[in-house]
Design a binder for this molecule. Sequence first.
Ligand code: GUN
Length: 299
Amino acid sequence: MSEDKIIDGKAFAAGLRERIGREAARLKAEHGLVPGLAVVLVGENPASQVYVRNKARQTAEAGMRSFEHKLPPETSQDELLNLVEKLNNDPAVNGILVQLPLPDQIAEQAVIDAIDPAKDVDGFHVINVGRLSTGTTGASAPLVPCTPLGCIMLLKNRLGSLSGLNAVVIGRSNIVGKPMAQLLIKESCTVTVAHSRTRDLPAVARAADILVAAVGRPGMIKADWIKPGATVIDVGINRVEGEGGKSRIVGDVDTQAAMAVAGAITPVPGGVGPMTIACLLANTLTAACRQAGIEPPVL
Ligand code: GUN
């Protein structure tokens, strides 16, 4: 295995969190501002509980305030909307994240719609989605979904300019696939969004200089789907049965085999995963600056 082919998201995320921590300290010293992130968890989904715990720890480590709201699984939509309204109006809260998925009695879209777009650090509100797709810049630039933002940072760090490259995104979710495509268009890539109904997916994938896999199927992308030298970004986080009955996490790409063909590849774990929370902290810092009328730092 060639180490220089591996895109070390864990190390990049650690560096990003350090820069965020420095900027947060400067904001406090110069403006008396401590960014605050509220994370809301409804119910007891074990994966969500782990994410929320990690978010709270890393927020505090970056010198920001973390507010955790854990609600029981039977929480009604109105109760959750009331909490969102309270957080919208709380000046100590600069960013709001409601962990998805939500229990069946709550309509996710109604909750996303209720979050103040200026505090929507997930970038899921239609105002932010629209601003991303129209390419709005400056004070009304969008808050961008954390996972695709992390992927773009890793790509630019590895490749420099992405201009003119063929990018194929496999997956069309609102959380990853669609915003990823928008960000790649912004970087002047030629973008194809492929999905479960795409005809001859391997052939489509083989045209990619940049291949982003966000399908949630362990090892689905094989080595012969990859153009020699391509950069592969594996967004998959799939729990599979490992040796001795223990579970382990694998991506959407058959990484070992892909390594022989790809020019560079993100491992799972240690690739895109750690970038998501780091970008959430970056969005919280950006949101706090904008709310205070301060130019956000370039991270
Ligand atoms: N569940 C899985 N990923 C995410 C995410 O990025 N944001 C939220 N709010 N929930 C998630």
